[in-house]
Design a protein around this ligand. Structure first.
Ligand code: ZN
Length: 451
């Protein structure tokens, strides 16, 4: 017995989102990013804990703590890093570089230091961007113990020879690596993974845009009946994904579709980097939605460098996980500098990114196969009131979509197949299938039969 299509299948998350004020949505997303912006995050420590705590005020989030020294595949969970203060002071006691003014001033994961040194000895520990003399670079030293300060090149040029007091009041101790996990159960135990890195300090596009969009996507999904179960991971880049995979091989085997979200708040067009498989349903779903949205976008082939798709797509896992971005990391000058700030991300870009994510979810949730119950010649749509479009045109896109769905609903072709082949938007194809189903002309193939 084939099950009938339940009413929830016809509810589009994108439509639900479009029922809200788009401007207000963007402002909400931007405000949330702004509230996380001042926190000094790193791959371990209280900054990421505080960030996860704020995400947890909006969605059901479990915090996981993995002890320092835990082996995770070929890696080891590092010491926990925390920082209270850091500065460079002149001989007369003026703070000329101050961590409390901007947390990028300290090389992330710096070991503690407190000394008075001549400039020439401090110089190898100072990092600037001569090409952008007003910007502060973002530097890390996670896996090599070192200390350093980042400052604008203009400021460096103003430093006079002489002695300076350098202080980094940080600690690197046995502790934990922390990540957050939000699991939303659906009808199926098969999972959709949404993963974001949460380890960057005051950087807006690279980090906070993904966190904000993923948080509000999880929030809207948490109120719905879902076909798939959804797992949102907020974790430190690289070591966090490796730790999660090492400790959750069972859950990882249930991932059917996945997305890494990052750099999705700037004004650039969308870029989607395909999974290692290259032809996974998520790869096709994202390509179809970017086509349907119609703005500038590009599809990139998989490469083993980038964000945490590197880990999810490592050959032992080879999960169907792609990476959705607007501007690609490393290609915009603001990347990993103080110019990746709250002005660089825009509320309307964030809102559009969330809408694209909602449309992708709609594909995953709604991509089913149907069987046409009247396959011998076209069924007469007119007598069912289905041969006129609400737009008033004789053969508009709506009727065209119905004909495409009827013709290709042979139990083999999915709605995504039909949307791709017809050039008609997935939303219109899904809407047509819903109407035809309600008219008794289609029945859905169950997920079990399709497997
Ligand atoms: Zn980064």
């Amino acid at each position: 017995m084939l099950p009938t299509l339940s009413s929830r299948d016809s509810v589009s998350l994108l439509k639900e989102m479009d029922g809200n004020d788009a401007v207000e949505l963007g402002v909400t997303l931007h405000n949330f990013a702004a509230s996380l912006y001042p926190i000094c995050r790193s791959i371990t420590g209280d900054g990421i804990r505080k960030t996860l705590g704020m995400i947890g005020e909006r969605i059901p989030l479990e915090l996981r703590e993995v002890p320092t020294g835990t082996p995770v595949f070929d890696w080891t969970v590092p010491k926990e890093w925390n920082i209270r203060d850091a500065y460079i002071k002149t001989a007369d006691g003026r703070r000329i570089v101050d961590f409390h003014q901007c947390n990028l001033h300290v090389m992330n994961y710096s070991t503690p230091v407190h000394a008075t040194l001549p400039l020439k000895e401090i110089r190898p520990h100072l990092f600037t961007l001569p090409d952008h003399p007003d910007w502060i670079p973002y530097r890390t030293s996670y896996y090599k113990e070192d200390w350093g300060f980042c400052l604008s090149h203009r400021q460096l040029l103003q430093l006079e020879d002489g002695e300076y007091e350098v202080c980094i009041d940080s600690s690197l101790d046995e502790g934990h690596l922390t990540y957050g996990e939000c699991y939303l159960p659906g009808q199926s135990k098969e999972e959709v993974l949404i993963s974001c890195h949460a380890c960057h300090p005051s950087l807006a596009n690279d980090n906070l845009s993904g966190l904000s969009v993923a948080t509000f996507l999880a929030q809207s999904l948490s109120r719905r009946d879902l076909r798939y179960s959804y797992r949102f991971l907020f974790l430190p880049g690289t070591i966090g994904a490796i730790s999660w995979l090492a400790q959750n091989r069972e859950s990882a085997s249930r991932i059917r579709h996945g997305l890494v979200l990052t750099c999705i708040g700037d004004a650039g067009g969308f870029h989607y980097k395909k999974s290692r498989r290259g032809d996974a349903e998520i790869d096709r779903a994202v390509a179809c939605i970017l086509r349907d949205f119609g703005g500038p976008s590009a599809i990139l082939e998989f490469s083993p460098y980038g964000y945490d798709e590197r880990q999810y797509c490592s050959p032992g896992f080879n999960l169907p996980v792609g990476c959705l971005m607007r501007s690609v990391w490393g290609t915009f000058p603001e990347y990993h500098t103080s110019a990746d700030n709250l002005e660089f991300i825009q509320s309307d870009s964030l809102a559009e990114s969330l809408r694209v994510c909602a449309a992708i979810v709609d594909v995953l949730e709604g991509n089913r196969r149907y069987v046409n119950q009247s396959p011998y010649c076209e069924p007469q749509l007119g007598k069912r009131g289905l041969y006129k479009s609400t737009g008033g045109t004789a053969i508009g896109e709506e009727i065209n979509a119905r004909l495409w769905v009827l013709n290709f609903s042979d139990g083999e072709h999915s709605l995504l197949d039909i949307a791709e082949r017809s050039g008609i938007s997935f939303a219109a194809i899904r809407e047509a299938a819903s109407l035809l189903h309600d008219a008794g002309l289609l029945i859905a193939v169950s997920d079990d039969d399709a497997a």
